[in-house]
Design a protein around this ligand. Structure first.
Ligand code: UD1
Ligand code: CA
Length: 462
């Protein structure tokens, strides 16, 4: 049996009050609709069609090549949306309809819905759930024998119907030809003046088809995200799922509740993530690392056996055995090679630090190329910006940069070169040379006594 999935993603999502289309709001850093797409793909369908409309280009771009997009313009309701997919869905035996705003659905649940349909041959198999608070969802109306009759939207429901706690997940498998035939019969005669997809149910039954419902094993899964309150609730579920996944892969999360791991992050076994840590974007952390507490790592690659204290790391790359001590900011383009160490209160940008080199305290290094075995003293900075352009600094293998040194770029310190503390270096330092660029110290003997008199004679305070 050939199956096409139709993802409904054309709506604006008015209740989000956002310029961003609802289905593009991220959960753990990934657009909501991508979760739906993955669940659908994982369930094993032959084609995925997405119905887009509001900011169609943006939504289509987020879906990429994984779905064929059809445009619904204007958006006249979910029934109309499915109709718009008819040409792309023609020739398939059955149609799996999934809203783009139910990101917690799993592939397993969709697969069991498809399986139930294959066994029963019903005209429609719906996914439902019994929940404590059905507010906002369509209610499942059954007859005295317990057979599903129809779905009534909250806006159209009377008090008795509103009291029903069995809700429509918005997900169903339909017999393809029967669905598109029935869609021709629905109208927009309801409180919202929309073509409701679910109005096909009585029409399918009138044509002799059966309508069945399967209850979701986990009611969490069917949550529809209509506003930002639901968005945060869905985020919490996604985050718990991600945390459990990595713990099962051998990662220790000391406090999963305060650890934020993005959906596109990867972490090696035996790595320990301390509390209040954020790992986001396309970040990869190797094995046997210790990260946090309080680390924030975005779009970066961390090797094996690294230690990262509370620091912010963006678009950077760390080799193996690297230590990034507390309170550092590694800005885009930072590369720390194997065994390098960056200590307290350092800022690095577009800078490579060679193997085993140290930047232990209070430095700014921008646009610098630092060799292996280099020591950068406390407070040493690259003066990389002259007010107009950025210039490079080169520090070759084994060089020693004293404390509070200014390296006025462009400038090179040669192999094993030495720069004395407090120097402002604006000319290249040859290999193995010592550079001192500061005023000579002068000591004026007896100056204090001449000025203030002998010790013990100081005037009273105030
Ligand atoms: C819908 C169902 C409701 C169900 C709930 C489950 C209808 C009429 N109601 O309500 O029974 O309980 O989902 O979450 O179907 N969309 C389009 N084109 C449109 C309208 C909507 O593509 O013209 C898309 C939206 O972008 C969204 C999805 O369909 O992704 C559902 O639409 P939404 O407005 O959120 O429907 P609900 O009111 O939540
Ligand atoms: Ca919805």
């Amino acid at each position: 049996m050939r199956t096409v999935a139709v993802i409904l993603a054309a709506g604006q999502g008015t209740r989000m009050r956002s310029d961003l289309p609802k289905v593009l709001h991220p959960l753990a850093g990934r657009p909501m609709v991508r979760y739906v797409l993955e669940a659908v793909r994982g369930a094993g369908v032959d084609r995925v069609v997405a119905v887009v409309g509001h900011q169609a280009d943006r939504v289509a771009q987020a879906l990429g090549d994984d779905a064929r997009c059809v445009v619904q313009e204007p958006q006249l309701g979910t029934g109309h949306a499915v109709q718009c997919a008819e040409a792309e869905a023609a020739g398939f035996d059955r149609v799996l309809v999934v809203p783009g705003d139910t990101p917690l659905l799993t592939a397993g649940t969709l697969a069991s819905l498809l399986e139930r349909h294959a066994r029963s041959g019903a005209a429609a198999v719906l996914l439902t759930a019994v929940v404590d608070d059905p507010t906002g969802y369509g209610r499942v109306i059954r007859d005295a024998a317990g057979m599903v009759q129809r779905i009534v939207e909250e806006a159209d429901a009377g008090p008795e119907e509103r009291a029903v706690r069995e809700i429509n997940a918005g997900v169903a498998v339909f017999d393809g030809p029967a669905l598109f035939a029935a869609l021709r019969g629905i109208t927009a005669a309801n409180r919202q003046n929309e073509y409701y997809l679910w109005d096909v149910l009585p029409l399918l039954m009138a044509a002799g088809g059966a309508v069945e419902a399967v209850a979701a094993a986990d009611p969490d899964e069917i949550m529809g995200v209509n506003d930002r309150v639901a968005l945060a609730e869905a985020e919490a579920v996604v985050r718990r799922r991600i945390a459990r996944h990595w713990m099962r892969q051998g990662v220790t999360l000391v406090d999963p509740a305060t650890t934020y791991i993005g959906a596109d992050v990867e972490i090696g076994p035996d790595t320990v993530i301390e509390p209040l840590t954020v790992l986001a974007g396309r970040t990869v952390v190797g094995r046997s690392c210790r990260i946090g507490p309080g680390a924030q790592i975005y779009h970066s690659r961390i090797g094996d056996g690294c230690t990262v204290g509370p620091s912010v790391i963006e678009e950077s790359r760390l080799g193996d055995g690297v230590t990034v001590g507390p309170f550092n900011h590694l800005r885009p383009g930072t590369v720390l090679e194997d065994g390098a160490r960056v200590g307290n209160f350092a800022e690095l940008k577009n800078t490579r630090v060679g193997p085993g080199s140290k930047v232990p305290h209070h430095s700014y290094l921008g646009d610098a190329e630092i060799g292996r075995g280099v020591n950068i003293g406390a407070g040493a900075v690259t003066v990389n910006y002259d007010g107009r352009a950025k210039h490079p600094t080169r520090i070759e293998d084994g060089a020693f940069i004293g404390c509070n040194v200014n390296l006025v770029a462009p400038v090179t310190v040669g192999r094993r070169g030495y720069v004395a503390a407090g120097s402002t270096i604006h000319r290249d330092v040859p290999p193995e040379a010592l550079a001192i660029a500061r005023n000579r110290q002068e000591n004026k003997e007896g100056w204090v006594r001449r000025r203030l008199g002998p010790a013990g004679d100081e005037p009273p305070e105030g």
